[in-house]
Design a protein around this ligand. Structure first.
Ligand SMILES: [Fe+2]
Length: 299
């Protein structure tokens, strides 16, 4: 016999409250050790943040981001989709707070450029959101976001290479803009990563397999991406339903190898936020990750 309508309605309200209020604000810090450094060096603490989609009212998210400075990272990597509102740049910078005084790098995502529009979240199940992008002109202050992070000393890796000395290590980096809106220009960073560096890091917003393979072929041994939100609405004991890009759902979040049997390490962040028009998470808590880089096995 079906449940009475009041019971069904109560369950619906409880589910809505859990996904939009409780889990959406139940921030998780993921920790991974990654053996990617030369023998005898490190450890190097890398804080990976992504997909904050910040709007001015998200006070809990802002204060949690600010608290991440207590982890004492050597390097902060922001893989984009930081804002979702025209006024959000100053709130995002304020949330970063002391993290901006640390070495950092960033790329941008589509949501840093285009304001979110109302949509049916079920559309994610039918294919990548890149198909919905019809707007030609950005309507969010992405240049201010970029310039303010750069003014704080963070390296802009949008279709650019960079070099950083942090924690006593020489790090060669390359990054691309968002492939999801066809702004990734790998040809502008293509070429063998400097083998003389202590570490080679590739940074991108969307973990598109074509890009992952290009970074890997050029010798980048640690690849960092966001964009997927880990699926955002997941099934317990099954995991990610959709990745919103070309990556397989098993690698839509967390630490894996690229290719699956290869040498490069791939970390995909499930992200800190959600679109304001899809403000729910289930079985996929919002997160930041502390990646502790340690020496490779010498054997
Ligand atoms: Fe995002």
């Amino acid at each position: 016999m079906p449940a009475p309508i009041p019971v069904t309605a109560a369950l619906g309200v409880a589910a809505l409250g859990y996904t939009t209020v409780i889990e959406r604000n139940w921030f998780a810090l993921r920790r991974f050790d990654i053996p990617v450094l030369p023998p005898g060096s490190g450890p190097l603490r890398v804080l990976h943040i992504s997909d904050a989609h910040l709007t001015p009212g998200r006070k809990r998210l802002m204060s949690w981001i600010r608290s991440l400075d207590d982890l004492d990272p050597h390097l902060v990597v922001n893989t984009g989709d930081s804002i979702s509102h025209p006024e959000s740049v100053r709130y995002f910078l304020d949330a970063l707070g002391p993290l901006l005084d640390r070495p950092g790098v960033f790329v941008l995502g589509s949501n840093d450029m285009y304001a979110p529009k109302p949509f049916n979240p079920a559309r994610y199940l039918w294919g990548p959101s890149s198909r919905w992008h019809e707007r030609k002109s950005p309507d969010l202050p992405w240049e201010k976001l970029r310039d303010d992070m750069a003014a704080a000393g963070w390296l802009d890796l949008n279709n650019q290479r960079g070099r950083l000395a942090v924690g006593g290590l020489d790090i060669a980096l390359a990054g691309v803009h968002d492939s999801h809106i066809k702004k990734a220009r790998y040809d502008q960073v293509a070429g063998q990563a400097d083998p003389a560096a202590d570490l080679r890091v590739g940074v991108m917003h969307s973990p598109e397999p074509r890009l992952l393979d290009q970074f890997t072929a050029d010798g980048y041994e640690l690849l960092l991406a966001g964009h997927t939100h880990g699926g955002q609405l997941c099934l317990p004991f099954y995991g990610t339903l959709v990745t919103n890009c070309g990556i397989d759902r098993e690698r839509a979040r967390g630490l894996h190898r690229n290719p699956a049997d290869g040498q490069a390490w791939l970390h995909v962040s499930a992200g800190l936020g959600t679109s304001p028009w899809a403000p729910a998470r289930f079985a996929c808590r919002p997160e930041a990750s502390l990646l502790t880089l340690v020496p490779r096995d010498s054997g």
